[in-house]
Design a protein around this ligand. Structure first.
Ligand SMILES: *Cc1c(COP(=O)(O)O)cnc(C)c1O
Length: 366
């Protein structure tokens, strides 16, 4: 039987109110792009917008970058490339990790640059409107150095390689990859690209002609262990659903692992691992309630987390209040670290239930 509630009345009653909200600051993305441009000049800065711009929304992020002056974009797959082409008719789009043979018509129809990773790709795409990917030590995608040396001279739009340890400046592989790439890229009359976000910060020798940052545009820290040079992009808030004060010793959540004493107060908040709030983040992570940092208690559930609000004045937190899960100095990097992972994984796991609001990014033309 159909519900008697019309959608309008449901909306009016607030029944459709989302449990959490995600605020994405496109001005911060543009500021980060400009920061990288200034740092890397005379090298140019492309925009890596794969995986829906690391979960932040390619449809919003890419046009903001375009207006700021970004003219070369990298995506992972053909679907992403086609979607971006529909939005931005006048930029270059390179597809990092997709098959080439059998899909030539799609690359042509959407004017996508294939990234040629192996001999089969090279045979499938004889044209010079392509990117040659050289494997200098990542051992993931790209042509072996020996195969590059054996390659007959061909023209490419770009020659690229990818660093395995750019976020570890002391790692010896960085310099080895840089030297090998410099030698191999010099064989081609094409612009060269090696650095991802962290690679830009390894020094001018790593920047070549074009750098390919992703994470730093989205406010993650490309210099782990040092203060972040990037502006935070994301703010994540979720509603307090329930407050409880323990009147006896209790355990909290699945597994009954967390124990609380009488008098401790808890706030249950509407975000869980189904929203990308990493399950492994507990214990260790926290949130902000009315500007005060409060710790997580017990395991992260699918739809909820529990915060210990004993440190806040009684009665100061109520159902309906917003808890800040990311923002005000608590970064995506911090939450990821508490969960034993990296900010990239947290961003690309952000759930679909949040209400997304974008600010800025308008009229950012140079
Ligand atoms: C994802 C990716 C990038 C961007 O890396 P960040 O660390 O996010 O800056 C650059 N190049 C390639 C080949 C990639 O796969």
């Amino acid at each position: 039987m159909a519900s008697r509630l019309s959608e309008a009345s449901v909306r009016g009653a607030g029944v459709l109110a989302p449990p959490g909200r995600l605020l994405i600051d496109l001005d911060a993305v543009v500021t980060n792009w400009r920061t990288l441009c200034d740092l890397a000049a005379p090298a140019a800065i492309a925009g890596v917008v794969k995986a829906d711009a690391y979960g932040l929304g390619m449809d919003q992020v890419a046009p903001a970058l375009r207006r700021a002056g970004c003219s070369l974009f990298f995506v992972a797959g053909l679907d992403e490339g086609a979607a971006l082409r529909r939005q931005l008719p006048d930029v270059e789009i390179a597809v990092l990790s997709a098959p080439v043979d059998g899909f030539q018509a799609i690359y042509r129809d959407y004017r996508l640059l294939p990234v040629l990773n192996h001999r089969g790709d090279l045979a499938a795409w004889p044209g010079d409107d392509a990117v040659l990917h050289i494997d200098t030590g990542m051992t993931r995608l790209g042509l072996d150095p020996a195969a590059v040396r054996a390659l007959e001279r061909r023209r490419f739009r770009l020659v690229m390689s990818h660093l395995a340890c750019a976020d570890e400046p002391e790692h010896g592989l960085n310099e080895a990859q840089r030297c090998l790439f410099a030698e191999l890229a010099a064989r081609f009359d094409a612009p060269a690209s090696l650095a991802n976000s962290s690679g830009i910060f390894l020094g001018s020798g790593y920047r070549f002609d074009i750098a390919r940052p992703g994470m730093a545009l989205y406010g993650l820290n490309p210099t782990p262990g040092l203060p972040s040079p990037m502006r935070p992009v994301l703010r994540l808030e979720a509603r307090v659903l329930q407050i409880r004060e323990a009147d006896r010793p209790l355990t909290v959540g699945y597994g009954a692992e967390a124990e609380i004493r009488p008098g401790q107060r808890l706030a249950t908040v509407a975000a869980g691992y189904a929203d990308g709030y990493l399950r492994a983040a507990s214990p260790g992570a926290g949130a902000l309630l009315h500007g005060r940092r409060v710790p997580l208690v017990g395991r992260v559930s699918m739809d909820t987390i529990v915060l210990d609000v004993t440190g806040l004045p009684p009665g100061s937190v109520e159902p309906g209040d917003w808890a800040v899960l990311i923002g005000e100095g608590m970064d995506a990097d911090d939450l990821a670290e508490a969960a034993g992972t990296i900010g990239y994984e947290f961003l690309t796991s952000l759930g679909a239930r949040y209400e997304r609001t974008y600010t800025g990014g308008e009229g950012a033309g140079a």
